[in-house]
Design a protein around this ligand. Sequence first.
Ligand code: FES
Length: 274
Amino acid sequence: MTTTETDQEPSSTAAPGPPRPRAAITQPTLRQDAWWVGPIITVTVLVGFTVYGIWAAFRNGNYFAKPYLSPFYSPCLTDKCVDGGATPHILGGWWTWSPAILILVFPLGFRVTCYYYRRAYYRSFWWAPPACAVPDARKGYTGETRIPLILQNIHRYFFYFATIFAALLTYDAVLAFIFPGGRFGIGVGTGVLLVNAVAIWLYTLSCHSCRHLCGGGLRQLSRAPVRYQVWRRLSVLNRNHLKFAWASLLWIMVTDFYIWLVAAGHLHDYHWIA
Ligand code: FES
C-alpha cells in the first residue's frame, strides 16, 4: 500500500491548526476494561494507612524496644525512647502528648504533596479524572492553579526536610545494631529498620524535585558532567518512584507494628549478640 501525502505526519515546522473539537460521544467513557480497580485499590490502601497512622501517632507508647525506635517517633524527642538518659532528647519528660504529632508533619507533608501521590488521590478520591479517557466527576475542577491546591508547590521544600528524616532513620538503623550494654548485635528488628531506611532513601532520592534539583535549570547538561551523572542515575530511580512510594509507605507500617509488638511484649525479637 502506498502512503499518500495526506497520510503522512505533518512536518514539525507546520503551523498548528485550530484545536479539533471532541468527538460527539454520548457515553461517559468508551473504556471496556476494569479501569475502576486502580482507584479502589488506592483508596483502600490510603484509608488503611491513614487509620493505622492515626492509631500509631496517638498511642503515645510502646514505640521503643531497645535498640529499636519506631519511625513514627523518630527522632527521639522524649525520655521514653532513651536508655538511662544516655541519649540526648529535646523534650524530656514534661511533654505528655504524643511526640509523633510534632514529627509527622514533615514526612506527611512530603507524602501529601508528592507528585505521584497527588495523581493517585486526585484520581481515586476526587475522580479528577479517575482514569485515562474517563471524564472528570466534577465540572469545576481547576487543577492546581489557585488556593488551596496551588500550595502543593511547596513540595520541593518538604524535600529538604525529607532528606533530614531519611538521615535520621538511617541513624536509627545503625543504632539497631547496638544492644543493651553497648554490645553489637543483629536482630529481626535490625533488618526491619535497615529495610525501612533503604526504602525511605529510594523514595526520597527518586523524588521529582530531587531530580530537578540535580539536573534542572541547566542550559547544557554536558557542561556540568558531575550533575549530569547524578541526574542520569536519579532518573533511573525516578522511573520507579511509584513503586518506592508504595513500598516505603507499607514498610513504615510494618516497622512500627513490629516495634509495637516487641515493646508491648506480644512478640519476642530474635537476635544474636556478640
Ligand atoms: S515527587 Fe514524590 S516525593 Fe517528590
